[in-house]
Design a protein around this ligand. Structure first.
Ligand SMILES: [Zn+2]
Length: 215
């Protein structure tokens, strides 16, 4: 399990709630009103912090499953950026993979947030950010797979976007639409490093799920 500051806070709040329950029982006949108020406040804080922690763990687990699926690398994982590191992260990158620690796809907090909202949605009308979040996760998975040429990673990722979207619960039509939308709307705006003439040479790519051949 990924342990962050929030995990520790949630554990602390849980301990505090249990402590307040004991105190409430002990002072039931004397100051139950005050003890109850404190317990309610602690429970509210625990529920709030806990919901953020559960969200983080859940979306990271889904992203991990996707990275392992599309990269084909056993034990590969995704690492969703937490709140505190995001505060001091001045980079413009949406995700990255360390060359010497290749089995982890690091994803920017905003990407994981968009992935979360898409996963929880009915997937009928994804936002631009949600479309990109699915693709970026697949793109980083291509680095996990060992492809560090950005143009090739981008092309391979586009060829797997539909498969990835279906893997995460989209229908076949929704998955195909998502992949096509990235290809038509986002790919042309990518910087030169990410674009390949071969990939876009003959009009729309064959975005058939599972087709992984770089043209
Ligand atoms: Zn890349």
């Amino acid at each position: 399990m990924d342990v962050g500051v929030l995990t520790v806070v949630v554990a602390g709040l849980l301990a505090l709630v249990l402590r307040r329950v004991v105190i409430l029982r002990r002072h039931w006949n004397t100051s139950r009103g005050f003890a109850t108020s404190l317990l309610v406040i602690c429970i509210a804080l625990l529920v709030t912090a806990g919901s953020f922690e559960v969200k983080h763990q859940w979306v990271q687990a889904r992203a991990t499953a996707l990275v392992a699926h599309v990269s084909g690398v056993r034990g590969a994982s995704a690492d969703c950026q937490r709140f505190t590191p995001e505060l001091v992260d001045l980079s413009a990158t949406s995700g990255f993979v360390f060359f010497d620690s290749q089995d982890v796809a690091h994803l920017r907090r905003a990407v994981c947030n968009d992935l979360f909202t898409w996963l929880r949605s009915n997937k009928k009308a994804p936002t631009d950010g949600e479309v990109r979040a699915v693709h970026i996760t697949v793109h980083e998975a291509m680095h996990v797979r060992g492809e560090f040429d950005e143009a090739k990673a981008e092309c391979f990722a586009m060829q797997r976007d539909a498969d990835a979207a279906q893997f995460l619960g989209a229908t076949r039509a929704q998955a195909a639409a998502l992949a096509q939308r990235y290809y038509r709307e986002d790919y042309p705006r990518m910087s030169a490093d990410y674009v390949s003439g071969e990939c876009a040479a003959d009009g729309p790519l064959d975005l058939t799920p599972g087709d992984g051949q770089f043209p």
